[in-house]
Design a protein around this ligand. Sequence first.
Ligand SMILES: C[C@H](N)C(=O)N[C@H](CCC(=O)O)C(=O)O
Ligand SMILES: [Mg+2]
Length: 370
Amino acid sequence: MKITAIRFAKLKVPLVTPFKTALREVSFIEDLVVIIETDKGEIGYGAAASTPVITGDTHQSILSVIKQFIAPKLLGMEIENLNQICQLIQSSVVANYSAKAALELAVYDLWGKLYQAPLYKLLGGGSKTLRTDITISVDNIDKMLSDCALAVSQGFDILKVKIGNDLQQDIERVKAIYQGFGQQTQIRLDVNQGWDAKQTVFALQKLESHNVELELVEQPVKSDDFKGLKYITERVNTPIMADESAFSPKQVIQLLEQNAVDIINIKVMKTGGLSRAIEIANITAQYQAQCMIGCMLEGSIAVAGAAHLASAKAQQISKIDLDGPALGQYDPVQGGVEFNGPAITLSDGPGLGIKSIDTLQPINDGVWPL
Ligand SMILES: C[C@H](N)C(=O)N[C@H](CCC(=O)O)C(=O)O
Ligand SMILES: [Mg+2]
């Protein structure tokens, strides 16, 4: 099965409630969809989110880097040579991880179609069902409490609470949420780089002294502040997780060698797809560190790839933050992974299992080669 062409489209889904973090605020999931065509008539789906404040990638940059640097190398490649294709994708250009992720996802989808098996089975097998947390956007306390109440009524039992835009308010937000929901739910915090190391130690010691028990705190400080992460990890009991600090296998080795964090958050938009996400999961196993599989604010095509990986690598990936599709008002993708509140159900269709996608907007001149 040979690659013959690549097409591009956009997919836009309105959110139930605006998504607000210390880094950005958005009201839609917007994915660039990559469709790889083959000589056997099979097509593979991949997608990338634009998260410029985290990855530096925009839809425009993703599109042009694929057309200019990566796609020319893929034409005519045999899908059975999966590792060789992934190596080509990874080495064709530095960084640009979201572009690489979209392409790798489509190639892995085709690999499953070639062998007529769902991806999680080809990756080693695992459970068809997973459970995700849900993100509570940073906002005033009343809005955050009502978002928590809605999430709990929908069956979520792990809340990923976004904070990081005001230290004192953040402490009050977390105390109020813990008081209201700490008995029924596990609470994880994501600061999205909003504090510095000393502020983090101050806030977490304060929360610990109020008996607030947190499952973990994600990326409290700037992404390049490995020393700050280590400073925090040495001084608090709450487990610390790297997100924006952990893109590459090398960064993960550095973080774990330095005992800078307890947990690694793997996201395909940071690793450049599944091949390096698998590498990172294997590295964390060597260090007996836990990992989470996470997502950007992205729809169910890309998150499906992460879900298949989470199933197959369940021994390493003990925490799941794959709530992107659940934050949208609807899921335009049929036949792939099903996202229903906290429940994620993998399909046994080949590859990612996607049958069709509604409301795809083709991009003008969005075919390569033209
Ligand atoms: C959507 C997911 N639960 C999440 O919170 N991801 C963020 C980044 C998302 C974005 O800004 O698109 C994270 O873990 O930092
Ligand atoms: Mg995060």
